[in-house]
Every structure is written in structure tokens, then in C-alpha cells.
Ligand binder design. Structure first.
Ligand SMILES: [Zn+2]
Length: 273
């Protein structure tokens, strides 16, 4: 396969670790160019540090470390404000002026499209329309990413997701033997991510589990937050069977293929160029 270029677009530093780190490490190891773009510095993430500029700087440093571990050739931050989450998980009422969810979709898409064009990207990875577990910034990544790919003429758009069916089975099983943190509610996963039948790509990333784990660990500020209910913190505390689940496969939906298509590599079914 000739070397190709894949751009992974994420909302906050640490999102790449959980959803796409194995695929990124795999593509880089295969000789492809892997570019990581985040919309925000994640300065309102829940951590032991106070939210703000210093936290944003720490998180960007963690992002560069993670990207280096995964073999990324380039890292960019679009510089939008982290919109944060309300205590109930919805849209936060108090937001920075330049919050990503308040951004003009077209302007944000143009900024991302400029990178896609500069890179002559063959592939852009974004999130599913639900934004995974529903963080408003993640929903915005879907909108902006979709539009940017159209503006730049990027051939393949993959929506990073999680196969919800085995995840729910595992979480329910794990709940019988393991006490989840009180803020962790299995039911929230019933409408999160994607059902198995819509998933087109199951990428085996077991060989890259070490890099994926290292990428997660690089985001120390998020894993150590005192009362953090962030997915990453929860995932680092989960029991073994879930670890295997998280580190074994990464899932994507490619909407221009019929549902039920089952592919194993991001660049499969690409027109030659
Ligand atoms: Zn995020």
C-alpha cells in the first residue's frame, strides 16, 4: 500500500487516546503520515488543577507526548475554547467567549479544511453524530469535521465510535463483580456511541496496546482528577475484561458504504490515486 495521510480530529487532548490511539499507532507503524488536530486545549477538563490557561498548557504538553508515542508527524490545536460540561452533563451555561460549541461551523470547518488540503489528506477521522457519549464539543467535532472534509474533498471520512452492544454486555457483567465509582452510570451508555450493525470498520489494535496504554497514561492530569467522572479516568480504573475490550479493537462508521460492510483497515476501499 502506498503511504497515505490520515488526519484525526478530536475535541480535547486525551480523546485520541481512548478512541483512536491504536489505529493511529498502527498507521504510523505502517509508514503512513498521521496528523492529530484538536479543537481545544481542554482547559476546562476536570482535573486536580483549576480549570484555566495553565491547565490548557499542561494538557497540550500531554497531547504532544501522547502524539509522539503514537508516531504522529504533526499536531495542531485550532485554539477554540473548551466548552466544558454542566454538572449534569449537558451544555455548560458559563462558557468562554470562543467556546467551540458557539463557533461558526463554517469558519471552524475552513480552518480544518486548510490543514486537510495542506496535508493532501486521504482520510479524516471524526466522531459519530451523537458525539460518542454526548459531550457538546464532540457533537461539534462531527459537524465541523463533516463539513471540512467536503470543503477539502477528503475521500474517506471515518466516524470513530465504540460498538455499544458488547460494551453494554461487558459493563453489566463487570457490574456484578466490580463496584463502579458512584458517578458512573451504565445506563448512560445505552444511547451513547453506535450499535454494532452500523459499524463498518473493526480495526484490530491488539499489537498496539502498549502504545495505547502509554498514550492514555500521558494524559496524567485527566487520569488523576480527584472526583473526575471523565471516561478516561473511569477506563483506567476498570477491571481486566474491559481493558481487553478497550485495547483490542477500535471501531469506525463510514457512511458512504452500505451498513453491514465489514472492513478491518481504514484505507480499505479507497480509490487509487
Ligand atoms: Zn473530549
Amino acid at each position: 500500500m502506498p503511504p497515505r495521510t490520515a488526519v484525526f480530529f478530536h475535541a480535547h487532548p486525551d480523546d485520541e487516546a481512548l478512541l483512536t490511539a491504536g489505529t493511529m499507532a498502527m498507521l504510523a507503524a505502517e509508514g503512513h503520515r498521521v496528523v492529530l488536530v484538536v479543537a481545544t486545549a481542554g482547559e476546562r477538563g476536570l482535573a486536580e488543577m483549576e480549570p484555566g490557561e495553565a491547565l490548557g498548557e499542561t494538557r497540550l504538553r500531554e497531547l504532544y507526548e501522547s502524539a509522539a508515542l503514537l508516531g504522529c508527524a504533526r499536531v495542531e490545536c485550532l485554539g477554540y475554547g473548551d466548552s466544558g460540561l454542566s454538572p449534569k452533563g449537558g451544555i455548560a451555561e458559563e462558557r468562554p467567549d470562543n467556546a467551540f460549541i458557539d463557533a461558526d461551523t463554517e469558519a471552524a470547518a475552513k480552518a480544518l479544511a486548510a490543514i486537510l488540503q495542506e496535508e493532501e489528506a486521504d482520510l479524516l477521522a471524526i466522531y459519530d453524530p451523537a458525539g460518542g457519549y454526548g459531550h457538546p464539543d464532540h457533537v461539534q467535532v462531527h459537524r465541523v469535521g463533516k463539513r471540512a472534509a467536503r470543503l477539502a474533498g477528503t475521500e474517506i471520512v471515518l466516524e470513530a465510535t465504540v460498538n455499544r452492544d458488547p460494551l453494554l454486555r461487558l459493563l453489566r457483567l463487570a457490574g456484578r463483580f466490580y463496584r463502579f465509582p458512584p458517578e458512573f452510570d451504565v445506563r448512560t451508555f445505552e444511547s451513547a456511541y453506535s450499535p454494532g450493525e452500523t459499524i463498518t470498520h473493526r480495526v484490530n489494535v491488539r499489537k498496539y496496546a502498549r502504545q495505547k496504554r502509554a498514550s492514555m497514561a500521558a494524559h496524567a492530569s485527566q487520569a488523576s482528577g480527584g472526583d473526575s467522572d471523565r471516561t478516561l479516568a473511569v477506563m483506567l480504573k476498570v477491571p481486566r475484561p474491559l481493558y481487553r475490550f478497550v485495547f483490542g479493537t477500535e471501531w469506525y462508521v463510514r457512511r458512504d458504504l452500505p451498513p453491514g460492510t465489514r472492513l478491518t483497515h481504514p484505507f480499505e476501499m479507497m480509490s487509487g490515486k
